[in-house]
Design a protein around this ligand. Structure first.
Ligand SMILES: C[S@@+](CC[C@H](N)C(=O)[O-])C[C@H]1O[C@@H](n2cnc3c(N)ncnc32)[C@H](O)[C@@H]1O
Length: 384
Protein backbone atom coordinates (compact mmCIF):
# COMPACT_ATOMS: atom_id res chain seq x y z
CA UNK A 1 0.00 0.00 0.00
CA UNK A 2 1.23 3.51 -0.86
CA UNK A 3 2.14 5.71 2.14
CA UNK A 4 0.02 8.87 2.50
CA UNK A 5 1.70 12.26 2.28
CA UNK A 6 1.14 14.80 5.09
CA UNK A 7 -1.56 16.88 3.29
CA UNK A 8 -3.36 13.65 2.23
CA UNK A 9 -3.31 12.50 5.86
CA UNK A 10 -4.80 15.76 7.11
CA UNK A 11 -7.61 15.69 4.46
CA UNK A 12 -8.39 12.07 5.41
CA UNK A 13 -8.38 12.97 9.11
CA UNK A 14 -10.70 15.95 8.48
CA UNK A 15 -13.14 13.76 6.55
CA UNK A 16 -13.02 11.14 9.30
CA UNK A 17 -13.85 13.79 11.94
CA UNK A 18 -16.63 15.21 9.84
CA UNK A 19 -18.11 11.74 9.32
CA UNK A 20 -18.21 11.05 13.01
CA UNK A 21 -19.78 14.47 13.65
CA UNK A 22 -22.38 13.65 10.99
CA UNK A 23 -23.04 10.22 12.52
CA UNK A 24 -23.41 11.64 16.03
CA UNK A 25 -25.84 14.29 14.79
CA UNK A 26 -28.05 11.87 12.83
CA UNK A 27 -28.07 9.19 15.53
CA UNK A 28 -29.73 11.88 17.66
CA UNK A 29 -32.25 12.67 14.92
CA UNK A 30 -33.16 9.14 13.76
CA UNK A 31 -32.01 6.84 16.57
CA UNK A 32 -29.09 4.46 16.06
CA UNK A 33 -31.00 1.60 14.34
CA UNK A 34 -32.75 3.80 11.76
CA UNK A 35 -29.60 5.85 11.17
CA UNK A 36 -27.46 2.80 10.43
CA UNK A 37 -30.08 1.60 7.88
CA UNK A 38 -30.42 5.04 6.37
CA UNK A 39 -26.67 5.56 6.18
CA UNK A 40 -26.24 2.22 4.40
CA UNK A 41 -28.96 3.21 1.91
CA UNK A 42 -27.32 6.62 1.35
CA UNK A 43 -24.05 4.91 0.48
CA UNK A 44 -25.69 3.04 -2.42
CA UNK A 45 -25.89 4.63 -5.89
CA UNK A 46 -28.88 6.90 -6.64
CA UNK A 47 -31.83 5.21 -8.43
CA UNK A 48 -32.73 7.12 -11.56
CA UNK A 49 -35.78 7.47 -13.77
CA UNK A 50 -36.00 9.12 -17.20
CA UNK A 51 -38.34 12.08 -17.80
CA UNK A 52 -39.57 11.82 -21.38
CA UNK A 53 -39.26 15.07 -23.29
CA UNK A 54 -42.78 16.08 -24.42
CA UNK A 55 -41.30 18.70 -26.80
CA UNK A 56 -39.98 16.07 -29.22
CA UNK A 57 -41.87 16.19 -32.50
CA UNK A 58 -44.02 13.18 -32.10
CA UNK A 59 -45.22 14.31 -28.63
CA UNK A 60 -47.67 11.68 -27.36
CA UNK A 61 -45.97 8.86 -29.16
CA UNK A 62 -42.48 9.88 -28.06
CA UNK A 63 -42.47 7.69 -25.00
CA UNK A 64 -43.65 4.51 -26.72
CA UNK A 65 -41.35 5.17 -29.69
CA UNK A 66 -38.41 5.19 -27.29
CA UNK A 67 -39.28 1.60 -26.37
CA UNK A 68 -40.33 0.66 -29.90
CA UNK A 69 -38.87 1.86 -33.17
CA UNK A 70 -36.30 4.23 -31.65
CA UNK A 71 -35.12 1.36 -29.45
CA UNK A 72 -33.46 3.71 -26.99
CA UNK A 73 -34.93 1.77 -24.07
CA UNK A 74 -34.92 -2.01 -23.95
CA UNK A 75 -38.54 -3.06 -23.26
CA UNK A 76 -37.40 -6.11 -21.28
CA UNK A 77 -35.78 -3.77 -18.72
CA UNK A 78 -37.77 -0.50 -18.82
CA UNK A 79 -41.45 0.34 -18.59
CA UNK A 80 -43.32 3.49 -19.37
CA UNK A 81 -45.30 5.30 -16.67
CA UNK A 82 -47.72 7.97 -17.90
CA UNK A 83 -48.98 10.64 -15.48
CA UNK A 84 -50.48 12.91 -18.15
CA UNK A 85 -49.89 13.55 -21.84
CA UNK A 86 -47.28 16.12 -20.74
CA UNK A 87 -45.54 13.97 -18.18
CA UNK A 88 -44.36 10.42 -18.66
CA UNK A 89 -41.23 8.69 -17.53
CA UNK A 90 -39.39 5.46 -17.89
CA UNK A 91 -38.63 3.32 -14.83
CA UNK A 92 -36.95 -0.03 -14.42
CA UNK A 93 -39.47 -2.91 -14.65
CA UNK A 94 -40.37 -4.58 -11.34
CA UNK A 95 -39.44 -8.04 -12.66
CA UNK A 96 -35.81 -7.03 -13.33
CA UNK A 97 -33.83 -8.69 -10.48
CA UNK A 98 -32.65 -5.97 -8.09
CA UNK A 99 -29.07 -7.27 -8.09
CA UNK A 100 -28.80 -6.60 -11.83
CA UNK A 101 -27.53 -3.07 -12.35
CA UNK A 102 -28.77 -1.66 -15.64
CA UNK A 103 -27.45 1.60 -16.90
CA UNK A 104 -29.87 4.28 -18.02
CA UNK A 105 -29.53 4.77 -21.79
CA UNK A 106 -27.95 8.15 -22.55
CA UNK A 107 -30.30 10.85 -23.97
CA UNK A 108 -30.28 11.03 -27.77
CA UNK A 109 -31.33 13.82 -30.16
CA UNK A 110 -34.45 12.60 -31.98
CA UNK A 111 -37.13 13.78 -34.41
CA UNK A 112 -37.12 16.79 -36.72
CA UNK A 113 -36.12 19.22 -34.00
CA UNK A 114 -33.32 16.95 -32.82
CA UNK A 115 -34.24 17.63 -29.19
CA UNK A 116 -32.99 15.26 -26.53
CA UNK A 117 -35.26 12.29 -25.90
CA UNK A 118 -35.14 12.09 -22.10
CA UNK A 119 -33.55 13.57 -18.98
CA UNK A 120 -32.15 11.35 -16.25
CA UNK A 121 -32.93 12.29 -12.66
CA UNK A 122 -33.51 10.81 -9.19
CA UNK A 123 -36.99 9.24 -9.11
CA UNK A 124 -38.10 11.62 -6.32
CA UNK A 125 -36.97 14.80 -8.11
CA UNK A 126 -40.02 15.36 -10.34
CA UNK A 127 -42.43 15.30 -7.37
CA UNK A 128 -41.97 18.94 -6.18
CA UNK A 129 -42.23 20.15 -9.78
CA UNK A 130 -45.47 18.18 -10.35
CA UNK A 131 -46.85 19.45 -7.02
CA UNK A 132 -46.59 23.03 -8.30
CA UNK A 133 -49.49 22.36 -10.70
CA UNK A 134 -48.18 24.82 -13.23
CA UNK A 135 -50.60 24.89 -16.17
CA UNK A 136 -50.72 26.90 -19.40
CA UNK A 137 -51.14 30.54 -18.41
CA UNK A 138 -49.14 30.30 -15.13
CA UNK A 139 -46.23 32.64 -14.44
CA UNK A 140 -43.61 30.43 -12.81
CA UNK A 141 -40.34 31.13 -11.01
CA UNK A 142 -37.86 28.29 -10.40
CA UNK A 143 -35.68 30.29 -8.03
CA UNK A 144 -32.76 27.82 -7.62
CA UNK A 145 -32.98 26.06 -10.96
CA UNK A 146 -29.61 24.74 -12.14
CA UNK A 147 -28.82 22.33 -13.66
CA UNK A 148 -32.48 22.30 -14.65
CA UNK A 149 -34.18 18.91 -14.21
CA UNK A 150 -37.15 20.39 -12.35
CA UNK A 151 -37.38 23.36 -14.73
CA UNK A 152 -37.77 20.88 -17.58
CA UNK A 153 -40.58 19.04 -15.80
CA UNK A 154 -42.30 22.40 -15.13
CA UNK A 155 -41.80 23.58 -18.73
CA UNK A 156 -43.31 20.32 -20.02
CA UNK A 157 -46.58 21.04 -18.17
CA UNK A 158 -46.59 24.75 -18.94
CA UNK A 159 -45.86 25.08 -22.61
CA UNK A 160 -47.19 23.59 -25.69
CA UNK A 161 -45.53 24.70 -28.88
CA UNK A 162 -48.97 25.06 -30.50
CA UNK A 163 -50.51 27.02 -27.60
CA UNK A 164 -47.50 29.07 -26.59
CA UNK A 165 -49.71 32.18 -26.86
CA UNK A 166 -51.34 31.18 -23.54
CA UNK A 167 -49.07 33.75 -21.81
CA UNK A 168 -47.28 31.14 -19.73
CA UNK A 169 -43.94 32.31 -18.38
CA UNK A 170 -41.05 30.41 -16.82
CA UNK A 171 -38.09 32.14 -15.19
CA UNK A 172 -35.33 29.72 -14.25
CA UNK A 173 -32.93 31.41 -11.88
CA UNK A 174 -29.59 30.39 -10.38
CA UNK A 175 -26.84 32.47 -8.85
CA UNK A 176 -23.94 30.27 -9.94
CA UNK A 177 -22.53 31.15 -13.37
CA UNK A 178 -21.10 27.68 -14.16
CA UNK A 179 -24.32 25.98 -13.10
CA UNK A 180 -26.31 28.50 -15.12
CA UNK A 181 -24.21 27.65 -18.16
CA UNK A 182 -25.22 24.04 -17.69
CA UNK A 183 -28.87 25.12 -17.28
CA UNK A 184 -28.72 27.09 -20.55
CA UNK A 185 -27.26 24.06 -22.29
CA UNK A 186 -30.07 21.86 -20.92
CA UNK A 187 -32.67 24.36 -22.19
CA UNK A 188 -31.05 24.37 -25.63
CA UNK A 189 -30.98 20.58 -25.78
CA UNK A 190 -34.54 19.95 -24.59
CA UNK A 191 -36.77 22.94 -25.32
CA UNK A 192 -37.81 24.19 -28.78
CA UNK A 193 -36.07 27.40 -29.80
CA UNK A 194 -39.37 29.16 -30.60
CA UNK A 195 -40.32 29.19 -26.89
CA UNK A 196 -37.03 30.87 -26.00
CA UNK A 197 -37.26 33.50 -28.69
CA UNK A 198 -40.70 34.61 -27.56
CA UNK A 199 -39.20 35.74 -24.27
CA UNK A 200 -41.54 33.55 -22.23
CA UNK A 201 -38.72 31.36 -21.05
CA UNK A 202 -35.76 33.07 -19.45
CA UNK A 203 -32.70 32.21 -17.42
CA UNK A 204 -31.64 34.72 -14.76
CA UNK A 205 -28.73 34.96 -12.32
CA UNK A 206 -30.22 36.86 -9.39
CA UNK A 207 -29.32 36.09 -5.77
CA UNK A 208 -32.53 34.35 -4.65
CA UNK A 209 -32.48 36.11 -1.27
CA UNK A 210 -32.98 39.40 -3.12
CA UNK A 211 -35.94 38.64 -5.38
CA UNK A 212 -38.47 40.11 -2.96
CA UNK A 213 -36.59 43.42 -2.95
CA UNK A 214 -37.79 44.66 -6.30
CA UNK A 215 -41.30 46.16 -6.35
CA UNK A 216 -41.44 45.13 -10.02
CA UNK A 217 -41.47 41.45 -9.07
CA UNK A 218 -43.65 41.61 -5.93
CA UNK A 219 -46.57 39.22 -6.05
CA UNK A 220 -46.11 38.51 -9.72
CA UNK A 221 -45.49 34.75 -9.77
CA UNK A 222 -48.37 32.27 -9.62
CA UNK A 223 -46.09 29.31 -8.99
CA UNK A 224 -42.67 29.26 -7.31
CA UNK A 225 -40.33 26.35 -6.78
CA UNK A 226 -37.70 26.81 -4.06
CA UNK A 227 -35.43 23.79 -4.56
CA UNK A 228 -33.00 25.14 -2.03
CA UNK A 229 -29.23 24.58 -1.78
CA UNK A 230 -28.70 22.18 1.14
CA UNK A 231 -26.22 19.99 3.00
CA UNK A 232 -26.90 17.14 0.56
CA UNK A 233 -25.76 14.45 2.97
CA UNK A 234 -25.86 11.77 0.27
CA UNK A 235 -23.06 13.53 -1.61
CA UNK A 236 -21.07 13.88 1.60
CA UNK A 237 -21.46 10.18 2.39
CA UNK A 238 -20.41 9.37 -1.21
CA UNK A 239 -17.41 11.69 -0.85
CA UNK A 240 -18.50 13.52 -4.03
CA UNK A 241 -19.45 16.88 -2.50
CA UNK A 242 -15.90 18.17 -2.13
CA UNK A 243 -16.80 19.50 1.33
CA UNK A 244 -17.16 18.02 4.76
CA UNK A 245 -20.17 18.00 7.07
CA UNK A 246 -20.30 20.20 10.14
CA UNK A 247 -23.25 21.33 12.19
CA UNK A 248 -22.22 24.95 11.78
CA UNK A 249 -22.35 24.54 7.99
CA UNK A 250 -25.80 22.96 8.30
CA UNK A 251 -26.93 25.98 10.33
CA UNK A 252 -25.58 28.34 7.65
CA UNK A 253 -27.48 26.38 5.00
CA UNK A 254 -30.68 26.52 7.06
CA UNK A 255 -30.30 30.30 7.45
CA UNK A 256 -29.83 30.76 3.69
CA UNK A 257 -32.82 28.49 3.00
CA UNK A 258 -34.99 30.64 5.30
CA UNK A 259 -33.82 33.81 3.53
CA UNK A 260 -34.54 32.37 0.08
CA UNK A 261 -37.96 31.13 1.19
CA UNK A 262 -38.89 34.53 2.66
CA UNK A 263 -37.80 36.23 -0.52
CA UNK A 264 -39.88 33.80 -2.61
CA UNK A 265 -42.97 34.31 -0.45
CA UNK A 266 -42.76 38.03 -1.17
CA UNK A 267 -42.94 37.51 -4.92
CA UNK A 268 -45.73 34.91 -4.75
CA UNK A 269 -49.12 36.00 -6.09
CA UNK A 270 -51.23 36.66 -2.94
CA UNK A 271 -54.36 35.55 -4.76
CA UNK A 272 -53.89 31.78 -4.83
CA UNK A 273 -50.16 31.60 -5.61
CA UNK A 274 -48.59 28.24 -4.89
CA UNK A 275 -45.06 27.63 -3.61
CA UNK A 276 -43.21 24.35 -3.18
CA UNK A 277 -40.13 24.24 -0.94
CA UNK A 278 -37.83 21.24 -1.38
CA UNK A 279 -34.36 20.02 -0.40
CA UNK A 280 -32.41 16.79 -0.71
CA UNK A 281 -31.32 17.13 2.93
CA UNK A 282 -32.32 14.57 5.55
CA UNK A 283 -31.95 17.10 8.41
CA UNK A 284 -35.21 18.45 9.94
CA UNK A 285 -33.34 21.76 10.55
CA UNK A 286 -33.21 22.27 6.77
CA UNK A 287 -36.75 21.02 6.19
CA UNK A 288 -39.69 21.32 8.59
CA UNK A 289 -37.80 23.72 10.85
CA UNK A 290 -37.31 26.19 7.99
CA UNK A 291 -41.07 26.07 7.35
CA UNK A 292 -41.81 26.33 11.07
CA UNK A 293 -39.90 29.63 11.30
CA UNK A 294 -42.02 31.04 8.47
CA UNK A 295 -45.27 29.80 10.02
CA UNK A 296 -44.32 31.39 13.33
CA UNK A 297 -43.56 34.74 11.72
CA UNK A 298 -46.95 36.38 11.73
CA UNK A 299 -46.10 38.83 8.93
CA UNK A 300 -44.75 36.22 6.56
CA UNK A 301 -47.36 33.61 7.46
CA UNK A 302 -50.24 35.97 6.69
CA UNK A 303 -52.46 34.26 4.13
CA UNK A 304 -50.16 31.24 3.84
CA UNK A 305 -51.72 27.80 4.05
CA UNK A 306 -49.74 24.57 4.19
CA UNK A 307 -51.30 21.97 1.88
CA UNK A 308 -51.28 18.18 2.07
CA UNK A 309 -48.10 17.32 0.13
CA UNK A 310 -49.50 14.05 -1.16
CA UNK A 311 -52.86 15.21 -2.49
CA UNK A 312 -51.49 16.47 -5.80
CA UNK A 313 -49.64 13.23 -6.26
CA UNK A 314 -52.58 10.86 -5.84
CA UNK A 315 -52.35 9.29 -9.26
CA UNK A 316 -51.86 5.62 -10.00
CA UNK A 317 -48.87 6.39 -12.22
CA UNK A 318 -47.00 7.89 -9.26
CA UNK A 319 -47.72 5.03 -6.84
CA UNK A 320 -44.40 3.33 -7.57
CA UNK A 321 -42.41 6.52 -7.13
CA UNK A 322 -44.07 7.39 -3.84
CA UNK A 323 -43.51 4.03 -2.18
CA UNK A 324 -42.08 4.55 1.31
CA UNK A 325 -42.90 8.26 1.49
CA UNK A 326 -43.25 9.56 5.07
CA UNK A 327 -45.29 12.52 6.23
CA UNK A 328 -43.58 15.14 8.36
CA UNK A 329 -45.22 17.93 10.35
CA UNK A 330 -45.44 20.28 7.35
CA UNK A 331 -44.49 18.21 4.33
CA UNK A 332 -43.30 14.81 3.19
CA UNK A 333 -39.92 13.11 2.92
CA UNK A 334 -38.60 10.21 0.89
CA UNK A 335 -35.64 8.52 2.50
CA UNK A 336 -33.80 5.79 0.59
CA UNK A 337 -33.92 3.19 3.38
CA UNK A 338 -37.73 3.05 3.05
CA UNK A 339 -38.09 4.29 -0.50
CA UNK A 340 -36.34 3.41 -3.75
CA UNK A 341 -35.54 7.08 -4.38
CA UNK A 342 -34.49 10.23 -2.55
CA UNK A 343 -33.61 11.75 -0.21
CA UNK A 344 -36.13 14.44 -0.93
CA UNK A 345 -38.21 16.66 1.36
CA UNK A 346 -40.97 18.90 0.08
CA UNK A 347 -43.66 21.17 1.48
CA UNK A 348 -46.51 22.70 -0.53
CA UNK A 349 -48.06 26.05 0.42
CA UNK A 350 -50.56 28.46 -1.01
CA UNK A 351 -51.02 32.16 -0.38
CA UNK A 352 -54.45 33.75 -0.34
CA UNK A 353 -54.96 37.16 1.16
CA UNK A 354 -58.54 37.93 0.37
CA UNK A 355 -59.10 41.39 -0.93
CA UNK A 356 -55.42 42.36 -0.70
CA UNK A 357 -53.94 44.24 -3.59
CA UNK A 358 -50.83 42.30 -4.65
CA UNK A 359 -48.16 44.77 -3.72
CA UNK A 360 -49.77 46.63 -0.79
CA UNK A 361 -49.17 43.82 1.67
CA UNK A 362 -45.70 43.16 0.33
CA UNK A 363 -44.60 46.78 0.46
CA UNK A 364 -45.73 47.11 4.07
CA UNK A 365 -43.39 44.31 5.15
CA UNK A 366 -40.32 44.91 3.07
CA UNK A 367 -38.63 47.46 5.34
CA UNK A 368 -38.95 45.58 8.59
CA UNK A 369 -37.66 42.38 7.00
CA UNK A 370 -34.54 43.91 5.57
CA UNK A 371 -32.31 42.63 8.38
CA UNK A 372 -32.95 39.11 7.11
CA UNK A 373 -31.65 39.76 3.67
CA UNK A 374 -28.23 38.63 2.56
CA UNK A 375 -25.88 41.45 1.75
CA UNK A 376 -24.71 39.79 -1.46
CA UNK A 377 -25.32 41.68 -4.65
CA UNK A 378 -27.43 40.23 -7.44
CA UNK A 379 -25.97 39.26 -10.75
CA UNK A 380 -27.20 40.40 -14.10
CA UNK A 381 -30.05 38.83 -16.02
CA UNK A 382 -29.74 36.98 -19.24
CA UNK A 383 -32.17 35.45 -21.66
CA UNK A 384 -31.95 32.05 -23.21
C1 LIG B 1 -30.52 21.85 -5.17
S1 LIG B 1 -29.73 22.78 -6.38
C2 LIG B 1 -31.01 23.03 -7.57
C3 LIG B 1 -31.28 21.84 -8.44
C4 LIG B 1 -32.29 22.15 -9.54
N1 LIG B 1 -33.55 22.61 -8.99
C5 LIG B 1 -32.55 20.98 -10.46
O1 LIG B 1 -33.59 20.33 -10.35
O2 LIG B 1 -31.71 20.72 -11.32
C6 LIG B 1 -29.64 24.36 -5.62
C7 LIG B 1 -29.16 25.47 -6.52
O3 LIG B 1 -29.24 26.70 -5.81
C8 LIG B 1 -28.25 27.56 -6.30
N2 LIG B 1 -28.07 28.65 -5.31
C9 LIG B 1 -27.39 28.61 -4.14
N3 LIG B 1 -27.51 29.80 -3.49
C10 LIG B 1 -28.28 30.58 -4.27
C11 LIG B 1 -28.76 31.92 -4.15
N4 LIG B 1 -28.48 32.68 -3.07
N5 LIG B 1 -29.50 32.41 -5.16
C12 LIG B 1 -29.80 31.67 -6.24
N6 LIG B 1 -29.37 30.41 -6.42
C13 LIG B 1 -28.64 29.86 -5.43
C14 LIG B 1 -27.05 26.66 -6.50
O4 LIG B 1 -26.17 27.23 -7.45
C15 LIG B 1 -27.70 25.36 -6.97
O5 LIG B 1 -27.66 25.28 -8.37
Amino acid sequence: MKAQTKPQKSVAAKQQNSMSELDRYFVNVYGSKRWSELREALEKPTEHVAWINPFCDFQEQTASRLLGEEKIFDASVWKLVRYSDKFSFMVQRDDVPSDIKVNMPPPAPIGLRQLHSHYVLDGASPLPAISLRAAPGSRVLDICAAPGGKSLVIAGGLFDVETSGAKSMLTSNDRSQPRRDRLLQVMREYIPAELKFQGILSVTGVDATLWGRSPATCGCFDRILVDAPCSSERHIVHGSSGSSWTHSRLKRDAKLQGQILQSAIRVLNPNGGRLVYSTCSIAPEENDEVISKIINNSRLAKGLKILDPLVELQHEALGGLLQGVERTKYGAIMLPDKSKYGPLYWCVMEKTISGAAGTAWLESESDSDSENQSGESSEGQEET
